[in-house]
Design a protein around this ligand. Sequence first.
Ligand code: C5P
Length: 247
Amino acid sequence: MALTTTRKEAAARIMVGLDKPDVQSALKVAEQLEGTGCWVKVGMELFYAAGHDIVRELKRRGFRIFLDLKMHDIPNTVRGGARSIARMGIDMFNVHAAGGSAMMQAAMQGVSDAVQACEVQAAPLVIAVTQLTSTSRETLNAEIGIPGSVEEAVVRYAVLAKHAGLQGVVASPLEVAAIKSACGEHFLTVTPGIRPAGAALGDQTRVTTPREAVDGGTDFLVIGRPIVAASDPAQAFESILKELTQA
Ligand code: C5P
């Protein structure tokens, strides 16, 4: 990101993970972010509790929404699921690359079903989860059964996702350079595992600071607990913006 980046430009690249258990607590955080131009990420904790209601309300308040439900099922089910998700009018959603090419293509097909049936105004972006940012090499090798480094596994999935027609991947900011070099500059990278200096890691293992992530070429920074679990989320968001816009 250029040093001349404006607040609006920086905010438009931040996706705040609204990992909250109900509408009320999610909106309490969201209202502190209204008007900044940031995205919000609705994941399974919030969506399984509040479903379409919270999506509609966040849209009404002008947020762009990444619906992070990480679909992973047989292609026919994913196609139908993707069509239903697209109909909700969200802006981005994801599937697991581990579901394979046919499953990822089915997700794209579901979106195009919705577009062709005029059920959506604009097609959402579809991205693939590569390896969770909580996954260490040890877990990858010994438990999941994939040999080699996390980066190798991530890049292999990214290439698979690109060939299946997806627009990008979720990965750690540490893997962005390798993904861009394998899939091209325009292939989107959406990166959780962001921790401002001094913030608690929680269950994340492959992390960078916001500034390191944008300097490394990431397109979107997913930031959850450092903002939503802060005593003052607006202030936490502000200090991240400051870090991104300062020379
Ligand atoms: O609180 P924290 O900043 O760790 O939140 C990261 C968010 O990104 C969580 O909602 C998590 O579910 C999500 N995520 C992730 N790693 C992935 C995909 C999504 O941490 N690979």
